[in-house]
Design a protein around this ligand. Structure first.
Ligand SMILES: [Zn+2]
Length: 484
């Protein structure tokens, strides 16, 4: 008996989010069965609960891609070294983390496992794009990539292999290309807000943090509960850097040959990690209702003498809800208390309890996961609408909770010493900055890993004067913090 009790206790989360967020996070991910460590160091296993969330993200974003005229395709995971070195900055930026395979191809060429696919895709584009009639060419692929990280694995946040999507578009004009690069960033922000209940800051990366080979990199960033920033997605305006390297040219309407303008953009399974970190609590996972594998769990509470009656009503409730919701019933032989804990650990947004007292009053007891508040709803035709409204309310509450947290922890400071103090207290800080890459290196070195995260599009009204790091003339306000 005592050993069984201990076992059950271990099912729950044993550390507090506020006390040890790293341990808390890995317990939540493992115990809610989202992901697991792999036998190969640096890799992760996405379990069905985690993969389901990825599928919901794919479903949402595939609709966006279709609307914007981007078609899905698939390119090989092996990239010949000769492609890799064509765009010098790109090769230089990615080289330290590329995994090469030992077996060479028929021409004795070394092959890389893709860390991103610009080079292999643009080799095809150079053959497929002939005239202005072939443009714009817009493609996306959902795939895995490998970046040989040396940092410790954090499930869903940092691993050597992960899943992502990468969009690659080619255009006739600079203007159209730039416009769509920003449009995709807007779509990323909408996805985070509408689906995952995560408010983000949109903006541009500094030169030092730019994608290797890009003219500009744009980003959506979110402040995590421990004060570290997490980059949730980036879009890159590549200009003609790759089209010149890969000779992607077309016959224009003017009868002349031109190089195309290009962008690329991507987000990864990190989005799942961010969702977990943001919303979950000491009882386990908290999920935004739209991505929860199970949205409503019904827990019947009965004895032998009323089992049939209770289960009959539970079945009716399930029928009522399942046309629009993902519903299940916990029919296991565990105690109701154990079942409640389990539903909370798994992050099921709504739990419906039905016992004799409820049945006598023709009501159900409803517990929402985000606040753990209990309410009762009448067991009639309005139940489905009430539950759907509650789902909306949970999404809004999760979103607002995070938004308030971020607002409270976004500080402005023109003094670096003060800024670092604020960062150490769990904030991210807007500082005036000169934009000089050397100054940025100094910042990182002086501060034990604080980096620039984003130059927000939404800049403070106050003029910036001196760079908070070097004292030279500043160009803009930039958010600095430690990052995942
Ligand atoms: Zn400076």
């Amino acid at each position: 008996m005592s050993s069984k009790k201990a076992e059950k206790k271990d099912l729950g989360i044993t550390v507090k989010k506020s006390e040890d967020i790293a341990e808390w996070y890995s317990q939540v991910v493992l115990k809610s069965e989202l992901a697991d460590y792999a036998p190969v160091k640096g890799c992760m296993i996405l379990r069905p609960n985690g993969y389901f969330i990825w599928e919901k993200i794919q479903e949402y974003f595939n609709k966006v891609l279709e609307e914007k005229g981007v078609r899905n395709a698939y390119f090989p995971m092996f990239i010949p070294e000769s492609f890799f070195v064509k765009e010098a900055k790109h090769a230089q930026g990615f080289n330290p983390e590329v995994a090469w395979i030992e077996r060479k191809d028929e021409n004795e060429m070394r092959l890389a496992i893709r860390p991103t696919s610009e080079t292999i895709i643009y080799d095809s584009y150079s053959r497929w794009i002939r005239s202005w009639r072939d443009l714009p060419l817009k493609m996306n692929q959902w795939c895995n990539i490998v970046r040989w990280e040396t940092n410790a694995v954090k499930l869903l946040l940092r691993s050597r292999e992960f899943l992502w999507h990468e969009g690659h578009c080619a255009y006739e004009s600079e203007e159209e290309c730039k416009k769509e690069t920003l449009m995709f960033l807007d779509e990323y922000a909408k996805l985070c807000e509408d689906l995952l209940a995560i408010p983000v800051v949109k903006g541009e990366k500094t030169e030092r943090e730019r994608f290797a080979g890009a003219v500009n990199t744009y980003t959506i960033e979110a402040l995590m509960p421990d004060g570290k920033a997490l980059q949730l997605g980036t879009t890159h305006y590549l200009g003609q850097n790759f089209s010149k390297a890969f000779d992607i040219s077309f016959l224009g309407k003017d009868g002349e040959q031109h190089y195309v303008y290009q962008n690329s953009f991507g987000f990864s399974t990190r989005l799942i990690g961010a969702t977990v970190l943001m919303h979950s609590d000491d009882k386990g996972l908290v999920l935004p209702p739209k991505v929860a594998p199970i949205q409503v769990r019904i827990v019947p509470i009965y004895r032998e003498n009323n089992k049939e009656e209770i289960l009959g009503s539970v079945e009716k409730i399930k029928q009522m809800l399942q046309s629009k919701l993902r519903v299940d019933v916990d029919l296991s032989d565990n105690t109701p208390g154990w079942k409640f804990n389990q539903a909370e650990l798994l992050g099921i947004p709504i739990r419906i309890e039905l016992g004799q007292k409820d049945l006598d009053k023709n009501v159900v007891t409803v517990v929402r996961r985000d606040t753990l508040e209990k309410t009762t709803y009448e067991m009639n035709d309005s139940l489905l609408d009430n539950i759907l409204n509650l789902m909306d309310d949970i999404h809004k509450n999760l979103y607002n909770r995070v938004k308030q947290h971020i607002e409270k922890h976004t500080i402005r400071s023109s003094d670096l010493v003060n800024a670092i103090e604020k960062i150490n207290e769990g904030n991210w800080v807007l500082i005036p900055f000169c934009g000089n890459p050397v100054c940025e290196d100094n910042l990182r070195e002086k501060t034990d890993g604080v980096t620039t995260r984003v130059i927000p599009f939404d800049q403070p009204k106050d003029k910036t004067e001196k760079c908070a790091v070097c004292g030279e003339k500043s160009k803009y306000w930039v958010i600095i913090s430690r990052a995942y």
